[in-house]
Design a protein around this ligand. Sequence first.
Ligand code: SAM
Length: 327
Amino acid sequence: MEAQNGSWVHEITYLRISVTDKCNMKCSYCRPLNIDYIPHRELLSYEEIRDVVSIMKDFGLKKVRITGGEPLLRPQIWNLISLLKAQSLESISMTTNGTYLKEYGKLLKDAGLDTINISLDTLSQDKFKHITKTDIKPVLDGIYEASSLGFNIKLNTVLIRNFNDDEVIPLVEFAKDVNARIRFIELMPVGKLDFFNKSKIVYNHQVYELLEKTYGKLIALAPDGSKSAKRFLIESINTEVGFISPMSSPFCDGCSKLRLTPEGTLMYCLRTNSGINIKKLIREEGIEAFKNMMPEIIRQKNLSNEYIINNDYNFLDCNRAMTSIGG
Ligand code: SAM
């Protein structure tokens, strides 16, 4: 069966692996204030994750991203990176809030981590505290450490109307100073949190216009990674900016990305609740059963893409918070 729009995918190229739902931050747009954490025994082990990745490589997997919750809260996460490094993937990256990078950056580098995405929505201590309920200093220290270790760094920024949308230029300048790229991510209604309100979304075309007004014409670059970011070079400061626009310009057509939740569900998308519990499959029937299931998983991923496209890219029935899916 082929999708009517011809965008049927035949392989899964990108996997986002969430290793924990725990986080030291309590970002208002990401998680409810009080949540019950998944017990450790319910989490996929590093060896189970490695086996899943190894099977998926036979079905097109090229890139993985480790995320959470806060992935640096999972003990000795560098051991997982070493296991994945041995799989000869095109890239292994991590999304982190940066708090523990000063402490663990070198271990991550030595284990073979290629790229780090560090979330940073503001440079103001007060606003940082307001949104995350923690201090900004360890995060800035972590960014400097990652920069001095020579990591390929991307800063992830979620803009919120009338909160941090006046910081676009300072954040871009900060990215330049630490030799990082910056990604502006549109606020999404994931997890149906009270915080979300459409009026808080800052659409990326507005950010683009502000950047062109400030720096002159942006130069379009070819897509990379999961192809979710539209990338541009700000030539005058030699800094790359990316726009991830799930609200104004969804990228579901031809999407070949899956998410693995900490407790072992493969999810097709943030916009729906659908997924398949592969931990149960692996623990009860073995990793071969997962291999045999992969063609069906790819078929389901395509059906999920179609379902979302046919429903105007709405965030339909996904009521899990971002922190427990893996952002
Ligand atoms: N703890 C890590 C961190 O802070 O980067 C990784 C997990 S966090 C869920 C991953 C990314 O998801 C962060 O960059 C965060 O800003 C983004 N995110 C969380 N909730 C979001 C939402 N409702 N809309 C857009 N981005 C969101």
